[in-house]
Design a protein around this ligand. Structure first.
Ligand SMILES: N[C@@H](CCC(=O)N[C@@H](CS)C(=O)NCC(=O)O)C(=O)O
Length: 216
């Protein structure tokens, strides 16, 4: 049994779980993962056995339980400083935290109308609120890449928590066939080519659970 256990939802659907799992994966530490199927009548009770919020993801490390994807990222960044989960440069780190918080708190139209469903594609109208979110996300990706992206293909060069926060957005862009400008597309392609993302995607495609209608 590993020292770390992450409780996650269905890999095909649970975008917050994907974020935390990618952060944990990047540390290189061995961990156990437990999938709790979401959107069932027993989901909340099952998650509450491990996490007080009744939501996944939750990270358990010995007596410590951390829930909320961003808090999990902060805990991992402190526990594994060599993984450099935040940029080292103060200004870059502030920007990385700002765009991560913006994702955590915002983009409600995109999240509501374009839910994550990694193994599927859809044709759906781009209503103005969604287009607004897509434009803002593209602009912030370009800003990060332009100012701090020189050392690699991700928002701040090497992988950071900010990339994990936006990885599910890339999946949504693929599922809903969102056309992207070349530089924005290049970043999306870097995320999809990332081995950890590919590993999660392969598992999502093989997962038997199907959610027909979101209810709980
Ligand atoms: N703000 C939370 C969001 C967590 C969340 O909404 N998790 C969803 C899955 S993606 C959940 O647990 N849903 C329970 C359900 O749908 O039954 C975070 O950042 O971790």
């Amino acid at each position: 049994m590993a020292d770390f256990t992450i409780y996650i939802g269905n890999k095909n659907y649970s975008s917050w779980s994907l974020r935390a799992w990618l952060m944990l994966k990047q540390t290189g530490v061995a961990f156990d993962e437990v999938v709790i199927p979401i959107q069932t009548p027993t989901t909340r009770g099952e998650i509450l056995r491990h996490s007080p919020s009744g939501k996944v993801p939750a990270l358990v490390h010995g007596p410590t339980v951390v829930w909320e994807s961003l808090a999990i990222g902060e805990y991992l960044a402190e526990t594994f400083p060599s993984a450099k989960l935040w940029p080292e440069n103060t200004e870059a780190r502030a920007l990385a935290r700002a765009v991560s918080a913006e994702m955590h708190a915002g983009f409600v139209p995109l999240r509501q109308h374009f839910p994550m469903n990694m193994r599927s594609t859809f044709d759906r109208e781009l209503i103005p609120e969604i287009q607004g979110d897509i434009d803002r996300i593209g602009a912030l990706w370009l800003d990060c890449r332009k100012r701090f992206g020189d050392g690699g293909d991700f928002l701040f060069g090497p992988f950071t928590i900010a990339d994990a926060m936006y990885a599910p957005v890339v999946s949504r862009f693929r599922s809903f066939k969102v056309a992207l400008e070349p530089e924005i597309e290049a970043y999306a392609a870097a995320i999809t080519a990332w081995p950890a993302y590919q590993e999660w995607l392969a598992a999502a495609k093989n997962e038997p659970m199907v959610i027909e209608k979101w209810e709980f």
